[in-house]
Write a protein that binds this ligand. Structure first.
Ligand code: Q0Z
Length: 331
């Protein structure tokens, strides 16, 4: 059983917040149901395949896995004590949107997200799984994080200031933090023992994955990013950078894991874009501002968030989903 949790480890002994429809009479005409925030999943008859800060993967059978996105949120490397309503649904449904949007460019690992089409053994979890899960084909994963950057930020900005290069790619001099790059660059990384990703050069990637595969992954990653970032820009969201994961299945090379979500990418609100400094985060800015305000020392345990911060953050995730897809989040 793999565990990718690192710092954000969720204690499996903590009681589970099961999702159960929670009826509240809103008015005389209708009884609406409120879905509780999901901090943990627990499917006792399924084997955990991998667990991350935000998502849990279960083994369904030899060929298939079940991805479940919780409402957990991480900031400054730790999972916070408070969940963000709807966040797991946004991550799942945004990935589904992008898989469809990108199907002309690349195959993907998704089988279905319709719970009714899941195997019979999963049907008694349908309430927990609806809207936030995906049945996928198990893949032989490529052990490289395929990162594409259209703007200079984060670890790339640090590397550039020290060396003028990022992952061995020489960049023009005089770039400011958050500047748009002349063209998107491919900056692969590996999962280091520390749990943090370590940037590697393309030459290093070739040593690990071979030339043909590396060139294919690089060209595909750049095409995917370019198509998605151009689309998002028309909708007021800058995708500054993003991380893709690929795997091999019977279909050949497929796009796997989550794609182009706020958790795997930097989303910036285009109308506030101001190069020369770090940018506001589309989704996590209220959370970061709050954690700075209370002067959390960034050591565990991570604090809880006030209800208003969680609610406003939830609204940002849902807004990103709406802007990018033009549709409402499904329940
Ligand atoms: C993805 C990860 C997560 C922790 C394994 N189709 C696939 N087949 C086999 N393995 C994976 C996939 Cl996507 C796979 N990860 C990354 C995701 C929680 C780690 F939700 N690990």
């Amino acid at each position: 059983m793999l565990n990718f949790c690192g710092f954000g480890r969720v204690d499996k002994n903590v009681p589970v917040a099961r999702i159960r429809d929670c009826p509240f009479t809103i008015n005389f005409m209708s009884a609406e149901t409120i879905q509780p925030v999901v901090l943990q999943t627990d499917f006792p008859d399924l084997e955990v395949w991998a667990s991350g800060k935000v998502r849990d993967i279960y083994r369904v059978d030899n060929e298939r896995l079940l991805f479940v996105a919780t409402d957990r949120i991480s900031a400054f490397d730790y999972v916070l004590a408070t969940g963000i309503p709807e966040k797991g649904k946004v991550l799942t449904q945004l990935s589904i949107f992008w898989f469809d949007f990108l199907k002309n460019v690349v195959e993907n690992h998704m089988i279905t997200a319709e719970v009714k089409q899941y195997p019979p053994a999963l049907q008694h979890y349908s309430a927990e799984l609806r809207g936030r899960s995906m049945l996928v084909t198990r893949a032989e994963m490529v052990p490289i994080e395929c990162v594409v950057r259209g703007y200079i930020s984060g670890s790339a900005w640090k590397e550039y200031q020290q060396s003028g290069s990022v992952c061995g790619i020489k960049l023009p001099s005089g770039l400011r933090e958050s500047d748009k790059l002349p063209e998107p660059i491919f900056t692969p990384a590996t999962k280091a023992a520390s749990g943090h990703d370590e940037n590697i050069s393309f030459a290093d990637m070739i040593k690990r994955a071979g030339r043909e595969e590396s060139e294919r992954l690089r060209d595909l990653s750049i095409r995917i990013y370019t198509q998605a970032a151009n689309y998002a820009a028309e909708r007021g969201i800058i995708i500054a950078d993003t991380k893709f994961e690929f795997g091999h299945t019977a279909k050949g090379l497929v796009l796997a894991d989550e794609v182009l979500t706020p958790d795997s990418s930097r989303f910036w609100p285009a109308d506030r874009y101001t190069p020369g400094k770090a940018q506001e985060s589309f989704d996590k800015q209220y959370v970061r501002d709050y954690l700075e305000k209370v002067r959390w020392n960034k050591q565990p345990p991570a604090p809880a968030l006030p209800e208003e911060i969680a609610r406003k953050t939830s609204e940002k995730y849902v807004e990103a989903y709406r802007r990018l897809t033009g549709a409402e989040l499904k329940p």
